[in-house]
Each structure stands twice: as structure tokens, then as C-alpha cells.
Design a protein around this ligand. Sequence first.
Ligand code: ADP
Ligand code: MG
Length: 284
Amino acid sequence: MAVGAAGVEVASINGADTVVNLVESPPGLPGFQCEAAEAFERLGLRITGSPAAVIRATTDKEATRRTLAGHGVAVAPGGLIDPDNPAALDTVPPPWILKPALEDASLGLDDGAVTSDRAQAAARARDLRRRFGGQDVLVEHLLPGREFNIAILAGASGPEVLPPAEMTFVDFPPDRPRILGWEAKWDQSSFAYRNTVRVFLDGAEPELGEDLARIARRAWAACGLAGYGRVDIRLDDDGTPCVLEVNANPCISPDAGFAAATAAAGIEPAEVVRRILTAAGWSQ
Ligand SMILES: Nc1ncnc2c1ncn2[C@@H]1O[C@H](COP(=O)(O)OP(=O)(O)O)[C@@H](O)[C@H]1O
Ligand SMILES: [Mg+2]
């Protein structure tokens, strides 16, 4: 197994080359998330995880929303908003959350992303377009319910849904949006980071767990994921689970949610890697 560029391993296996594709986009270039995968595919290499086209499609939050809705998977009410003519605010019920359509890692998401004020929402849309290189801006109804991450790993008999994790918002003051914004994900010194805590359902609420698993599996199939992935779900005003996002190449580092889910399922890291490689066509 030869190590290629940073984050990329090229493994020559059984005469056929398989690339362990762990490439993420360079800062500020979300559209480049799938460039590496595309390049490998053009070279005739097999890659781990989802195909380039799937990474590209799921990087686009609005395209993903449409794909999911087309497959009967509930999503938050929302759509693209034209910062110069924010008519979308007439059709999406407040409170609103505004986000860049092509980013991940909660870029552009701080408490100012949530508002019920029309003028503020329009200003935020303009601000996001300016800050994120002119990319589209998405407005969604802020789903007030609980938030779950559902990790899925390929297995011998198809994709295996791993134990559902709830992201809990501990001691959040009532006026503070309960969202996993940039601070909550990255600023270890922040209240939001320390007070957003992952808790596995652990067999409690089995009906909810089954619902989440069914929806995540449907989202996986609708988007054409392979190998591994993570589906983020949030409950709406009446408790219906809506898919927020489909992550075709979630971080698999030991401190990230995917690894937490495989650990909760009792799957050793080496077995996780073996399964991801096997799904990419590798055989021992
Ligand atoms: N419609 C929504 N309702 C409630 N919370 C949301 C909504 N959209 C995003 N969020 C919050 O923001 C976080 C990040 O949003 P997400 O769309 O997953 O973007 P990213 O790709 O940056 O992770 C979510 O985990 C959730 O906490
Ligand atoms: Mg997300």
C-alpha cells in the first residue's frame, strides 16, 4: 500500500488499484470536495466510499433536498433564496435558518443565522452570498425538535445502520438557537462546543430508533451512497423526522461522530476500514 498525496492512500490490491479517498475540499472551495474522487475515477481507479457524482450531488444541499423529497423522504420546508428578492420568505414559515448551499462543517452558521425578522433574514442572505463567493443561499424553517446523526456502514448483507446518536443541547438558554453551528463544532473553548453533547439512544425509544434507521436507509439509497455515510435528521414541530443533510464522506477520525457510532455498535476500527475497502471492491 503506497501513500499518495496528503490524505490519500493508493492501495494496489489484487492487481487493481483502489484509492482510499479521504480528501476534503480546500478551505473556501466547497465545490472541490469531489475533484479528487473525479480525478481518481478518470484514471480508472476504484475509490472507497461514494462515487464522485454522489459526493458532488450531496455537497449541494438544495439538490439533495430535492432528491430526498422525490423519494418521499421528509425535509425541512425551505428552498433557495434570492438575496435581492427574498420572496422565498413568503413560502417558508419562520423562524428561519439561512446557510450557504454548498458548504459543510457549519461554515456560515452562527446564532445570527437564525431569525424570524424578515429584514434580518434578507440581510443575512446578502451577507452569506458575499462571504461565500457568490454561492446560492438556502433558507429553511428552523426545525425545533431533537437532532440525530445516523451513521451507516456497508456490511456483508448490505448497509448497516449504526446506533442512532442524539446531539443534545445542554443548558442552552431559551433565547439561544439550538443548532450545531460553527462554534459548537470547532471552538473548544465555547459554551456551544462544551454544551452540545452526543448521547446514544441505547435501545431507549425503540420506535423512534426504527423510524430514524428506516429514514436514514432510504436517504442512503435515494442519494446512491456507498461504503459509509452519515444522515443528519431533526424532528419538526410535530415530531416528524426530517433529513437535514446527507454526508457522503463523513469524517472517520477517532474523535468524530462516525467513529463514535461504530464504537457504540462494537465494531473495531480495523473492521470498519476492512468493510469500507470491501465495499470498494477489495477482497483479501
Ligand atoms: N432546518 C434546520 N432546522 C434546525 N436546525 C438546523 C436546520 N438546518 C441546519 N440546522 C442546524 O445547523 C447544523 C448544521 O447544518 P447542516 O445543514 O447540517 O450544515 P453542515 O453541512 O454545515 O453540517 C445542523 O446540525 C443543525 O443543528
Ligand atoms: Mg451537517
